[in-house]
Design a protein around this ligand. Sequence first.
Ligand SMILES: *[C@@H]1O[C@H](CO)[C@@H](O)[C@H](O)[C@H]1NC(C)=O
Ligand SMILES: *[C@@H]1O[C@H](CO)[C@@H](O)[C@H](O)[C@H]1NC(C)=O
Ligand SMILES: *[C@@H]1O[C@H](CO)[C@@H](O)[C@H](O)[C@H]1NC(C)=O
Length: 487
Amino acid sequence: MPGLESHLVIRFLLPLFMILGHLSLLGATQLITAAHLTIHRRGGALADREPANLTQLVDLLHDVERRYSRVKREVKGNKLVRSWRARSTGATNDEQLLAEPGKEGRWYTNLPVGPQPNTIEVDLDMLSPDFYTVQTTSGKGSQYNVFSETHVPNDARVHPLCKHPSDTIHLTDLKNTTSVTISLPMCSPSRSSRATLFKSGSVLGLSPSSSSSSSSLSRLDSPPLLQQLLSAELLTDDIFSLTLLDSTSGILSLGGTLARQAEEASTRTQVEMDSIGDPAATTETISGKVNDRLAATFPADIEDQYRWAPIRGAAEGWWTTLLPGLWINGLKMLKNQPVLLDIQSPFILAPPLAARRIYESIGGCSRLAVPYDMFWKFPCLNRPKIMLEFGGWFFPLMSSQGGHDEAVWGPGGGRLSLGKLSMGGNGTSSGYCVGRVVETRMGLQSREDIDWEGSGLRDVWVLGEPAFWGVGVVFDRQRQRVGFRNY
Ligand SMILES: *[C@@H]1O[C@H](CO)[C@@H](O)[C@H](O)[C@H]1NC(C)=O
Ligand SMILES: *[C@@H]1O[C@H](CO)[C@@H](O)[C@H](O)[C@H]1NC(C)=O
Ligand SMILES: *[C@@H]1O[C@H](CO)[C@@H](O)[C@H](O)[C@H]1NC(C)=O
């Protein structure tokens, strides 16, 4: 029962989530095993109980696709890599770089910086390795404090728009908190540019590119955050993982995962339930039993805690792999599909033929009329069981049992739904819901604002936020692979 499992993990991980929000910063420099940071979706969940707003969904889809069109394939050395398209206008004001932080609907973390617990909102970016903060004069967004006593200015340029100061950040592995000085490139638009009206904010690049100097996706000449933490010997493993608690919050773990904490919390609950009415049970005997059970059932090695898939794709630079199988209601509908993992897409984007296969096998579905024809509707009461197959295991995609699950993950219609489709002007529900699996014409139809030439994205899926629900995903740059675990 996947629904029940994800219900449980939310309960188990919620206390950790609360702790993370209220750590006092002791500032002691101690080794940590992994750095855990809470993440949030700006502006809340995409779909709520309101009927789907199709105009808004189309805009959002174009916005998501536009991000993928900014990169093309290129031969570098003897490899095919992804690199930024040359900017067509204004080389001095890299508006894409400055416009990236602070957007609605993006997942971000609160990073504690400076002597006081002064957090900055840092947007996750799985498509680039760059870590930087943007300072504009608009007064909007989340501003980094340059007046703090730990801010060390450095006017050396790592990009025509970015200086190279450093500051102290604070990280915790839930037991120990540690402080470390990192370089935090600070980018500002030139005075007369329209980019001065953009939001202030920060970006945490998490793409699998290696060191910034050799990465064709990097626009700054400074190391990614994870690499800095490894160089400082604060962390030892070049991995990070994402664990969503619901459709608005979760945990980003740098250098490690939450697999053990989740397993321990769930084992503890079982042991406590079993001990109800046992007068001999004490905190110590319960902890002892929890440890015994974990020792017997939970593998010590990350190798065995996850199911792995190697990074594969038409070009290096993003988290792409091959999905061996996609199953619907117990039948394998598609195999060996190229996929890109990106939590910042609120949809599952499927190539046209694949989207059609999926909705035809669900039954009772149809494509919406132009101009909404990238979206499909399905009967809200029809709850297909969609499974992703990785490493010989099955991972439920958006399957829903209704009830609690539905309240946590989305609107009526279950997890597959982006909202109900209303019948017309009078707000009556049609009994149909708009599907989260959206047809993408990436790589096929260029438009005036999107150029797919050389993108290599034809037939590529995007496994966005919904693919992260109820599973733990670990990204291993060192061994160029991605791991999945059911929660
Ligand atoms: C974390 O802190 C505890 C107590 O302060 C210490 O014993 C332990 O060694 C620290 N952990 C690491 C990995 O340094
Ligand atoms: C739907 O979204 C559009 C664009 O975001 C917005 O202008 C419009 O007011 C929304 N309509 C409703 C009924 O909320
Ligand atoms: C709403 O509109 C639909 C079709 O446009 C119609 O069938 C239905 O009766 C209307 N409902 C109300 C309450 O007016």
